[in-house]
Design a protein around this ligand. Sequence first.
Ligand SMILES: Cc1cc2nc3c(=O)[nH]c(=O)nc-3n(C[C@H](O)[C@H](O)[C@H](O)COP(=O)(O)O)c2cc1C
Length: 431
Amino acid sequence: MAQDPKSLAAGQSQRQITAGVPLSIDENTPELFRPLSIRSVTLRNRICVSPTCMYSVASSGPLTGVMTPLYITTIGHNVFKGAALAMIEATGVQPNGRITPHCPGLWNDAQQTGLKSIVDFIHSQGGLCGVQLSHAGRKSSTQPPLVAQQLGKSSARASKEEGGWPDDVLGPSGGVEQSWDGKGLDPAGGYHIPRGMTELEIQDVVSNYAKAAQRAVKAGVDILEIHGAHGYLINQFLNPVTNRRTDRYGGSFENRVRLLLEAIIAVRAVIPKSMPLFVRLNCTDWTEQTEAGKKFGSWTEESTHKLIRMLPNLGVDLVDISSGGNYHSAKLNVFDGDHSHTAMALRIKKTLQEEGNKILIGTVGLITEANQARDLVQSDAKRGPGVDIISVGRQFLKEPDWVLKVASELGVEVAWPLQLERLRPGPIARI
Ligand SMILES: Cc1cc2nc3c(=O)[nH]c(=O)nc-3n(C[C@H](O)[C@H](O)[C@H](O)COP(=O)(O)O)c2cc1C
């Protein structure tokens, strides 16, 4: 096909068939390589780039929280080589919602412009771009892991001088015992002591979710995700171990899910009807076996089922199932087959489908092999339905060609990036 060199130079592909799309689809094509339409968008296959923090944006000055072209070399590269959707990492809806001072935000015009340049590149490669809206709550104002590692810790507090906000670390509940690692300001600890949020501060967060969503829409994003997992603010509210409130945001299940539901309602109200909305959730926080879990109760697989049942009516299209990160003494068991995120996601999908609930389910975690990826998405008469999408984090960071490799291993002939066509095994210039 003739190419316009000018548009190629601008990174535009003239092809109808973009990388990662099967050249033909028949009854043997695995679900993994079939398109999926959600509202007005279509994923070209089921393989998505999981949000992964890069801790690489400015922490001060006019470019604070502004995404840089680095994202084009990371998630942009994955999309160039066939990933259907790149979900941009946890992006703070307000300054104290960032995990570290070097994390992106979406509360001002410069940040919106930075996001747009990433979105434009991803679109030029035929992919979709999502952004994960987040508030880190009591896990905010930390240092990027590299800095913490140099100090010999898994996490380290960011001081004011380092761009942090020690006096403005928020959580559902405050006090030393609510610092993430329970160590308070002990030099061995790595987190600040959170302040329990007022209702007004909770309402501010909800409204900032909506404002950031509006900015994401203006930047051209295709899909929005609300981060409700990994121990960040919304997840902290969900679990009675980390939410000790006695007002209408704490106590009962209905009260603990209120912040998430309010954020969903606020976001859905300001984004187009045609735009899909995802939520990432911890299927379990692994707190049942802890002393605190035995005392206060936990966030479990059953809680997640109960919550997901409430979401389709609020306009949520997909729940991405993950786990962990909400409590220092949690007893994670993700390497045990039955308890991996993927196994939990399949159980949830099956139960929901049996109930007639059509919400889509995604999953993530230790997905590295072609057969594993195929089997997760494939429906199986004995096991039940597959998940609708998979997200892949570390494997994509290590191996940007992963979609092409998986297709080749599964015997699915997919389009390659036009510019790399001559590298493809087999006859050259096939398209
Ligand atoms: C460096 C790094 C940064 C991450 N940042 C985020 C994030 O911003 N949001 C999120 O939901 N998960 C984040 N995660 C979790 C990943 O999205 C993913 O769920 C996890 O790595 C498990 O998937 P994997 O085995 O494919 O890597 C991060 C993981 C890593 C390794």
